[in-house]
Design a protein around this ligand. Structure first.
Ligand SMILES: [Zn+2]
Ligand SMILES: [Zn+2]
Length: 260
C-alpha cells in the first residue's frame, strides 16, 4: 500500500501545504490499481490533480466535518458532475451523516443534485463507530475518536500491511486500539506541549502522539496535521522523547510505503 501526501497542514492550508488529504493506492490480485482518497481538506483539490486524474478515484473517506478535512469536496463535486466523460457513475463518499447536507449548504443549494445534471455525482455512505467495509483490496475499520465534532480514525489493511490514521483526536482508548501494531501510524500532532495546554479533547501534541505510538508498538510513526505556525521540529522532538521507534514528519508529495 502506498500513501501519497496531498496536504498535511493542520487546521488550515499553509504557505507550503494544503490541509489534510492522503491518496491511498494498492493493486489487487488481478493487477488493478485502486485509489482511495482519505480526507480532502481546504486547498487539497489543486495538488491532488498533480498526483492523479480525479476521474480515476474509486472512493473517498472523510474523517470528520471540519473544513480542513472535507471542504475541497466542493471542487471534486463540480469536477465529477460536469466532467466530459459520461461513464463516471456515482463516486462513493464515506463520511459522517451530515456530510451531504453540509456540502449542499456550502454550495448554496438545496438537496444533492447540482444544477443542470440528473443525479448526485456522489453516492453517500454514512460512517459510524466500529464499522468495517471494503473498497477493492482495502479493508477499512472505523473508530470514533475524541474531537469536538463526530470524528473517526481509520485502520486500513491491504496486502498484509496495516495503516492507522488518527484523523483529528486527543488521546483516547479508541486511538490506541486503531494504532495497535500498525505498520504505519499516520497521526496528527496539531498541538505542542505548554502553548496549547488550555485545550483538551481536541488535538494531540507530539508527546501524546508519541505516547500513543509507544503503547501501540507501531512500526513507523508519521506525524501530520502540524499547523503553519508551528515549527515541525517541536512536535518531532516531543514524540522522540517518549517513543524509540522510527518517526518522521510528513510533507506534501511524500510517498509512504506501508509494508508488513
Ligand atoms: Zn483538522
Ligand atoms: Zn478537526
Amino acid at each position: 500500500m502506498r500513501v501519497h501526501v496531498v496536504g498535511s497542514s493542520g487546521s488550515f492550508a499553509g504557505p507550503e501545504s494544503a490541509a489534510s488529504s492522503y491518496l491511498l493506492e494498492h493493486e489487487d490480485a488481478d493487477g488493478r490499481l485502486w485509489r482511495v482518497l482519505m480526507d480532502l481538506g481546504s486547498g487539497a483539490f489543486g495538488p491532488l490533480q498533480k498526483l492523479v486524474d480525479p476521474a480515476d478515484l474509486d472512493a473517498v473517506i472523510i474523517s470528520h466535518l471540519h473544513p480542513d478535512h472535507y471542504l475541497d469536496l466542493t471542487g471534486l463535486e463540480v469536477f465529477w458532475a460536469y466532467h466530459e466523460r459520461t461513464d463516471l457513475g456515482q463516486l462513493p463518499i464515506h463520511g459522517p451523516a451530515p456530510l451531504a447536507e453540509r456540502l449542499a449548504a456550502v454550495l448554496s443549494r438545496e438537496g444533492q443534485i447540482p444544477d443542470g445534471v440528473d443525479c448526485s455525482p456522489f453516492e453517500y455512505h454514512v460512517l459510524s463507530d466500529r464499522r468495517c467495509f471494503s473498497i477493492g483490496p482495502f479493508e477499512i475499520e472505523t473508530r470514533a475518536v475524541t474531537h469536538p465534532v463526530e470524528a473517526y480514525g481509520f485502520r486500513i489493511a491491504a496486502g498484509g500491511a496495516t495503516l492507522a490514521y488518527s484523523g483529528d483526536t486527543d488521546a483516547c482508548d479508541a486511538l490506541d486500539e486503531l494504532a495497535l501494531g500498525a505498520d504505519l501510524f499516520l497521526c496528527e500532532a496539531g498541538y505542542i506541549e505548554g502553548r496549547d495546554d488550555r485545550f483538551t479533547g481536541v488535538h494531540l501534541t507530539g508527546r501524546r502522539a508519541g505516547q500513543a505510538a509507544a503503547r501501540a508498538r507501531v512500526g513507523h510513526l508519521a506525524l501530520t496535521h502540524i499547523p503553519a505556525w508551528t515549527d515541525p521540529e517541536v512536535p518531532l522532538a516531543e514524540a522522540r522523547a517518549v517513543h524509540d521507534g522510527p518517526i518522521t514528519v510528513v510533507r506534501p508529495m511524500d510517498i509512504l510505503h506501508v509494508t508488513p
